[in-house]
Design a protein around this ligand. Structure first.
Ligand SMILES: Cc1cc2nc3c(=O)[nH]c(=O)nc-3n(C[C@H](O)[C@H](O)[C@H](O)COP(=O)(O)O)c2cc1C
Length: 204
């Protein structure tokens, strides 16, 4: 599944512990899951123990998710180091904290797009027939969105060629975006008759 369900967006998640210790880690089981309410999801594995990110979000109910662009992907990758709890990955990474508005955990200044989130749902998963929790699915309600001006185009949407987000593939592979192409969605009012006609012909 990890090498088949690709490319995956990566949420670079900043949290604070109950003791106000900073934490930063990338999660590719990450996505936007609804726009009303605006929500994002991350899914954190318990490998022996829950991720610090999981513990922090469970305790403080806040996080920011930041998108990684190609120029700082190596710095971001460093933050997945298995640092002991309480040791901040920020310091060794060379990345910069930017203050958030609605939540306490900072944003990543280098990210051109970030969301500030409050915990909305916290779901624990266990394998069928087992009581052992192996995964935490965390849904965040987006309270603020930050976009750097220079990635916006004249329509007010994000230009992927300037944004240069990276995605996760299987194993330790990342990918950059290829060429974008546009395909309009067909409308039944325009193509329906033609489709029905072709189907009737096939039946006879
Ligand atoms: C690009 C990338 C994507 C990752 N995606 C996930 C993920 O979706 N879920 C997960 O549990 N760990 C994922 N990891 C591993 C965590 O980032 C890593 O275990 C990190 O140390 C967790 O930090 P924490 O314990 O401070 O929360 C990923 C690592 C990388 C480099």
């Amino acid at each position: 599944m990890i090498s088949g369900i690709i490319p995956r967006p990566i949420g670079f998640v900043s949290t604070l512990s109950e003791k106000n210790e900073h934490n930063l880690a990338p999660f590719s089981w990450f996505n936007m899951i609804s726009h009303n309410p605006p929500t994002v999801m991350i899914s954190c594995t318990h490998s022996g123990r829950p991720r610090d990110t999981t513990l922090n979000i469970k305790a403080t109910k806040e996080f920011t998710a930041n998108i990684i662009s190609e120029p700082f992907v190596n710095l971001a990758n460093f933050t997945s180091v298995d640092a002991p709890p309480g040791h901040s990955e920020w310091s060794g990474s060379g990345l910069t904290m930017a203050p958030s508005i609605s939540v306490k955990p900072p944003r990543v200044k280098e990210s051109a797009f970030s969301v500030e989130c409050e915990l909305y749902h916290f779901l624990e998963l266990s394998p069928p027939g087992s009581q052992e929790v192996t995964q935490a699915v965390i849904i965040g309600l987006v309270k603020k969105i930050h976009v750097r001006n220079d990635v916006l185009n004249e329509k007010g949407t994000i230009d992927p060629a300037v944004f240069r987000p990276v995605s996760r593939l299987g194993d330790i592979s990342f990918a950059r975006l290829g060429d974008a192409f546009r395909i309009p969605r067909d409308q039944w009012t325009k193509v329906g008759e033609e489709i029905l006609e072709a189907e009737t012909k096939k039946e006879h």
